[in-house]
Design a protein around this ligand. Sequence first.
Ligand SMILES: [Fe+2]
Length: 485
Amino acid sequence: MKGWIVYYVASRGYLLTPAAERYLEVMDEALLTGDKLDEFVERIPGAESIVDIEDLRKAISPQGEVNIATSLKNNKGEIEEARNIGELPAPPLIKGDISGNSLCSGEIDDFMKYIRDRYERLSAILKKSVSSSVSIEAAKRRTSSVSIIGMVRETKTTKNGHIIVDVEDMSDHIPVLIKKDSDMISENFLLDEVIAFSGSTSMKGDMFYADSFTRPEAVKKPALMEIESENEVAIISDIHVGSNTFLPDAWKRFVKWLGSKDAENVKYLLIAGDLVDGIGIYPNQEKELEITDIYEQYAHLAELIGEIPSDIRIIMQPGNHDAVRPAEPQPMLPEKIRKLFSEDVVFTGNPVYVNLEGRLFLSYHGRSMDDILSSVRGLSYETPLLAMEEMLKRRLLAPSYGQKTPLAPESTDYMLIDPVPDVLVTGHVHSYGVAEFNGITIINSSTWQSQTEYQKMHNFHPQPARVAVYHLGTGKVREKNFLEA
Ligand SMILES: [Fe+2]
């Protein structure tokens, strides 16, 4: 439904473009006090003519705080003509999306339900490969060989170099000893992962001696099969509109490419979060912002997205810089922001399962990589694909509670990887990489932001403007790089 400000402006003889209408509805709060509305309407240039977002923007803020939009403009007509525009694919099937389903109120009871759900679902998966496991309580009363399934609640290294992993189930908990001369000594056991240990209990029942362990590892079975489709999916993330390190020229080249012959089979664009840079995300962020109003950031994003050929289905989820709750799983962007975009854009939560013509994508922005990369030996921000493998080994997008990744204790664990996807997509680290793990394609998508001050400080070199293009038929991935002209 259109807001009355749109009607008011229209009644004064202006013809608003659809994008300008959407912009006005979102920006209405700025116009609702005193005589502001009339003053605003007087300032709209070109009375009784067609009014676009730029005209409204000038009228709202006559000094023109930012004007990056004009430098970004591609000619959509030309792009679509070159592409030979076809039909827009139907909206994809979406699963595992928290949007509209959040039940958590922050009570202790929520936390118990969340932990129990994780434990029960992962132990059910483990029981398929670990025969005859018993409860920890029962294992304490037996000294013969046995298997237990527990959630890791603490790990420590003894002064002799052994590792003790304390695990618990619904019945009890027990310290599991991993000897320093064991093959398992180099393993990283992460807090709150669920794992099976085989071995035996000490005579006193106060220690479990592990001989081996099993994880609920995600494996794609049967391995990737070809399906009948020539369509492709372009996969990107971390656009960071609003930041002064956003790369408009690279973006412009990307959109132009979408109109080219080379991209004529690209029918989907999947965007894995950090759509805008946001406000107040880290200390002194304002010094690195070109657009300091969150709605303006999304309005600019909507313009950029609006230039993409109209037969490409766009699917967008939030990341930790976006204007939704930071606790994961995150719901889709609020309606006030969604209104800025065409109705054809599909908004989802984070993480989410997206089924594109029978190929199952699990798309997660990837905040938990901050935790995984610092908890697993040998990993760093240069190796995000290895962090994704760690997620798949444990079937958990975010293994540990109470670290940098804020997790909302929903009654179902949305961070649990079930079912096994064909493709796992993450962003967040501003790197780029594609690999295969256990028959699953893993893609860490790139960014549209050059090196930030924070990254400079940490000597991290991002890999911006690289796009993974996934072929739905063959499951193969090709790369396009838009950094250089
Ligand atoms: Fe980001």
